[in-house]
Design a protein around this ligand. Structure first.
Ligand code: CO
Length: 198
């Protein structure tokens, strides 16, 4: 029931104020997250919930299959604001095993405009065809493609003019690739971090 969402909101807001009367006053005046999250739109992968981050602690952009298209004005606007204004220290590209976007890219069917969106996934599959062919199990092969796609987005982000300019200014944003397990709730660090480790 849609009304339950609004009812829940009233209870949640009242609970926050009961715990900390200044909670919303403080949040409304300052947004200073250290993290930008680029994740899949999948409803089962909510950035704040799985990382334990509170409102105000992570700037979030989500799209199908957590892709970084170099011409995506939506993603670029988020990235520019996160890097240039919010001064985030870390960017996390987080995909998830069992991603419907990844499987839709590879199932050979036509789905509509999403097929254009998912083109980079098929390009990565071609690039790594040899590696992927070694997986007999389709689920395992798609999960590896999911990981390879995340790694490619991490490297693609590092090549964006926005990140390049921030590094020329001497800023050191670390870009991380993580994959989330729907079946166990755990985040797996792919250790493909781009940016000097401090
Ligand atoms: Co997904």
């Amino acid at each position: 029931m849609i009304k339950e969402l609004l009812d829940h909101n009233k209870v949640w807001a009242a609970g926050k104020v009961a715990d900390d009367p200044e909670y919303f006053n403080r949040l409304s005046e300052l947004q200073a997250p250290d993290y930008l999250w680029i994740g899949c739109s999948d409803s089962r992968v909510p950035a704040n919930v799985i990382t334990g981050l509170e409102p105000g602690e992570v700037f979030v952009h989500r799209n199908v299959a957590n892709l970084v298209h170099p011409g995506d004005i939506n993603m670029l606007s988020v990235l520019e604001h996160a890097v240039d204004t919010l001064k985030v220290k870390h960017i996390i590209v987080c995909g998830h095993y069992g991603c419907g976007g990844i499987s839709a890219a590879m199932d050979g069917h036509q789905h509509g405009v999403i097929d254009h969106w998912l083109q980079p996934v098929r390009d990565i599959a071609v690039q790594y065809a040899g590696v992927l062919a070694s997986f007999e199990d389709e689920e395992a092969r798609l999960n590896r493609l999911c990981e390879l796609t995340i790694e490619a987005q991490v490297q693609g982000l590092a090549r964006t003019p926005i990140i390049q300019a921030s590094r020329q200014r001497g800023e050191n944003i670390q870009i991380h690739g993580w994959v989330y397990g729907l079946t166990n709730g755990l985040l797996n660090d792919l250790h493909c971090c781009n940016g000097a480790q401090k």
